[in-house]
Design a protein around this ligand. Structure first.
Ligand code: HEC
Length: 226
């Protein structure tokens, strides 16, 4: 029972989080308005400090966090819908072979296509995954992504957050490193040599190893029109 769950959650992670890479994920440029506005509770705190020590204004966070549950809920709905849409494929891949080596190869081909398909049918919504230490260069974070992830790390909180990007909203769902993730994102010395070889071949500039249990692995981002 336990083992079954393990395999299932391992594979789930691969396809849900570990495998899709939207080709059409060109980030929407940050609006100027966003960079000029001073928002979010963090920033308010910072600016009090700034007034006291006269720190230059440019250290103020550019990310405009918003506290609107309805926006966060909409984003989470897209993220969950996306994950649900790729679950069946994932399960059949699991049935073929419960091992992660197979999963690795299924990864890039199938999940990319599915992410693109999902993004095509959901008008005005774009789903992607990113991380500070990323495996696929196509998943490289932009400046807003980075700031949000630094914040997740700093507060060590895994609740989703919403960001105002001007014409769009972004909802970020943080992903914790689970035991099942370590098969492919754990310490280099622990990763199965077969998997390590495949990673090395397909992602020669891989940064996504040496994660520890419970750490932030990355985020799923839903971006949608206001
Ligand atoms: C079977 C190996 C495997 C497992 C297990 C796995 N991943 Fe990955 N992961 C990958 C591969 C391969 C990529 C690159 C996929 C691509 O080309 O977009 C990746 C990419 C990612 C990305 C996108 C950012 C990046 O690094 O390119 C995130 C986020 C991610 N994985 C999170 C997780 C989480 C969280 C878990 C555990 C719940 C997990 N992965 C388990 C293989 C795996």
């Amino acid at each position: 029972m336990k083992k079954k769950f393990y395999i299932a959650s391992g594979l789930l992670s691969i396809l849900l989080m570990g495998c899709n890479n939207p080709d059409n994920s060109t980030p929407i440029p940050e609006s100027k308005e966003v960079t000029q506005k001073v928002v979010s509770h963090n920033v308010v705190q910072n600016s009090v400090v700034q007034d006291m020590v006269e720190t230059p204004k440019k250290t103020v966070s550019k990310v405009k966090y918003i506290d609107k549950p309805i926006v966060t809920e909409e984003g989470m709905l897209y993220i969950k819908g996306f994950m649900g849409s790729i679950k069946p494929t994932l399960n059949s891949a699991l049935k073929q072979d419960g091992n992660h080596v197979t999963a690795m190869s299924t990864c890039s081909s199938m999940a990319t296509q599915m992410t693109n398909e999902y993004n095509n049918i959901t008008n005005g919504v774009k789903i992607r995954r990113t991380a500070l230490k990323y495996r696929n260069p196509k998943n490289k974070p932009d400046e807003t992504d980075k700031e949000v992830m630094y914040r997740f790390q700093a507060v060590n909180d895994f609740k989703p957050v919403a960001v105002d990007m001007g014409n769009t909203y972004r909802v970020y769902k943080p992903l914790k490193t689970k035991a099942s993730c370590l098969y492919c994102h754990g310490s280099k010395s622990d990763i199965n040599p077969k998997i390590a070889k495949m990673i090395q071949k397909k992602y020669p500039h891989d940064l996504a190893t040496d994660f520890k249990l419970g750490e932030l692995r990355g985020v799923v981002v839903a971006e949608f029109k206001k």
